[in-house]
Ligand binder design. Structure first.
Ligand code: MN
Length: 205
């Protein structure tokens, strides 16, 4: 599915002599499907939600972050595919560069696709995303349980992926926490990799 050009948009936006973000290898293989949630303190502070599909991380910008309450519908705006190594990126993107600001890895782990067809066979995850609805189980350090991503604007037949908008919603399962305030406060949140806050990472330049 991912071809040699899968990271073209990602690379075109970045000057790798100036940013420490990974360039990305073509055709790198992982131990199968990973997810990462980063907090990115750029022009606006937001969460970047990324799911490994084949050789790239499919990515959404989630302004308010994931919630454990199934009633919370969190806007998720697709962004360009990122390289698998981006899962490890934590640091400062120089001011003036694309996405300039501080990034911490808030959570990471593996995920399991949950979508099945009418005969009960698993649907390839990339296919679910292309059709605009994917359900998956996250096994992270912080996030656990079923989540769904659903496209509600743009997509197939509309011709312009730039206009897509999705919702990230907790599935009502044993890991749901109704009434939970959900969105972690990005200023207080700590990296699952280093235990550091945004401010601490920003200060260690
Ligand atoms: Mn971002």
């Amino acid at each position: 599915m991912a071809d040699k050009g899968a990271l073209r948009t990602y690379r075109g936006r970045r000057d790798f002599d100036r940013t420490e973000e990974p360039h990305g290898r073509d055709g790198s293989s992982g131990d199968g499907p990973r997810f990462v949630v980063q907090i990115h303190d750029a022009s606006t502070t937001h969460f970047d939600f990324r799911l490994q599909v084949d050789d790239v991380l499919k990515s959404w910008s989630v302004p308010k972050g994931p919630s454990a309450d199934p009633r919370d519908k969190r806007l998720a705006v697709p962004t360009e595919d990122h390289p698998l190594e981006y899962e490890e990126f934590e640091g400062v993107i120089p001011e003036g560069e694309y996405g300039g600001g501080t990034v911490i890895v808030w959570d990471h782990g593996t995920y399991r696709p949950l979508s099945h067809d009418r005969r009960g066979r698993p649907v390839p995850f990339g296919e679910s995303l292309e059709h605009g609805h994917a359900r998956f189980w996250l096994d992270g350090a912080k996030l656990r349980g079923g989540y769904a991503l659903t496209r509600f604007r743009g997509g197939e037949g509309t011709g312009d992926g730039e206009d897509e908008a999705w919702l990230l919603v907790k599935i009502d399962d044993e890991r749901a926490r109704p009434g939970d305030r959900g969105a972690p406060d990005p200023r207080r949140a700590r990296s699952v990799r280093s235990g550091r806050t945004l401010r601490q990472v920003a200060g260690q330049r």
